[in-house]
Design a protein around this ligand. Sequence first.
Ligand code: PLP
Length: 403
Amino acid sequence: MIDFKALADKYKTPLYVYDFDYMSAQYNELKEAFRARKSIVAYAIKANSNLSVVKHFAKLGAGADCVSIGEVRRALLAGIPPYKIIFSGVGKRDDEIAEAIQSDILYINVESEAELGRVELIAKELGKTSRISVRVNPNIDPKTHPYISTGLHDNKFGVDLDTAKRMYIKAKNSESLDPVGIHFHIGSQLTELQPIYEAAEIVADLVRSLEAIDIELKFFDIGGGLGITYKDEETIKPYDYAQAILGTLKGLDLTVLCEPGRFLTANAGYFLTKVLYEKQNGEKKFVVVDGAMNDLLRPSLYKAYHKIEALTNSNEEEREVDIVGPVCESGDFFAKDYPLPPLEHNDLLVIHSAGAYGFTMASNYNTRGRSAEVAVENNKDRLIRKREEFEDLIALEKEFLED
Ligand SMILES: *Cc1c(COP(=O)(O)O)cnc(C)c1O
C-alpha cells in the first residue's frame, strides 16, 4: 500500500505518484502472453513520457513507440536501443524524418503516400536506406469513444488496403526504402477483442498477398489501445489478446510488435490533490481543490471517469459534489455529482488511473507550474520530476522584457 498522506506531506500537492512495480507487472504479463513468438512490447511514450518511466521500461526490455522526434530522443536518452524504436504519426517534419533515419531506428511508420515520397527523398539525400512500415486503416469500428477511435476511414490515420499495397510496391522498388513492417492501430481504451481480431485478420491477409508478390515483411505491428478499468469496465485479458492475434498469423514468420501505453501506466498512477474548501451555489455543492484541468485534463477533454478517494477522518454521510479546480473555466472539473463525505481544508483526494495521459497532457494554463512526479518502487519513493516554479515558467520570455 502506498502511503499517500506521507507522500503529499513530503512532496506537496498537486502531485503525480507512479507505482513502478505495477508497471513492471503489467509489462511482464503482456510480454509473457506473446511468448509463443518473437515479440517487442514497444511502450507508447506519449502515455507517460517521464524519462525515469521510460528508463524503467527500457530496463525491462521494452521498445518504444514514438510520435515525435522529441519522443525518439527521450527513448534514446532513457536507454531504449534504436533497434526497438519506431516512429509513427500522421505528420512528420523533414528534419524529424532525417533525424529518425540518422538514428537508425527500427522503422518509420508511414501514414500516407505523400509521406512515403518524403521519406524516400530524404533517405536518398542522406545516402541511406530507410526501413519503413505502412499504417493500414482496416476500417473497423473499435467500439470506443469517437475521439480515441482511429481505425475508420473517416478519420485521419493510416491508408486503405489498396493504397498500402501500392506503397509497398513502390518501397520495394526503391533503393532508399526497405519495407519491413505493417502496422494498424484501431483506437484506444479497447475493451472488446472482436474488432482487434477482425483488423488483424484483414492486415494478415494483406501480408499474405504481399508475400505472393515477393514482398516479405518481418514485423506485424498491432498498435496499442488495450483498455483498462477506470470504473467497472470489463477488459481484454492479455492472454486472450495474444491468442487472438497469433491465431491470425498462421503460416507467417513475423515478429509481433505491440504498442501499449495506457495498459502499462494508467493504473500505476495517482494524482494527489488537496481540498482548499467547500462551497455551495444554490443546490449545487462544490469541493474546490488545488489541482486543476491543467494538471489532469482527461475529465474536461473526454468527460473521462476517474475514481476519486477521499482520505479523511470524516465518517459522515456522503453527498454528491462537483470536484473542481481553481482554473477559470467551467470545464475545470475532475468529477461531477460524485459521492464524497464532508471535507475539510487540507483533506487529501487521490485520483486514480492517472498514470497515462495525465502529466503528458498537462499545461501551464493560468500560469500554473506543472506538478512534481514521484516514483514508488520496492516501498521506496523518489522524485522523478521537480515541481515547476514561477521562474521555470517565465524563463523563455524574461529576456524580451528589456527595452
Ligand atoms: C496512442 C497510440 C498508442 C497507445 O495507445 P494506448 O491506448 O495508450 O495503448 C499506440 N500506437 C499508436 C500509433 C498510438 O497513436
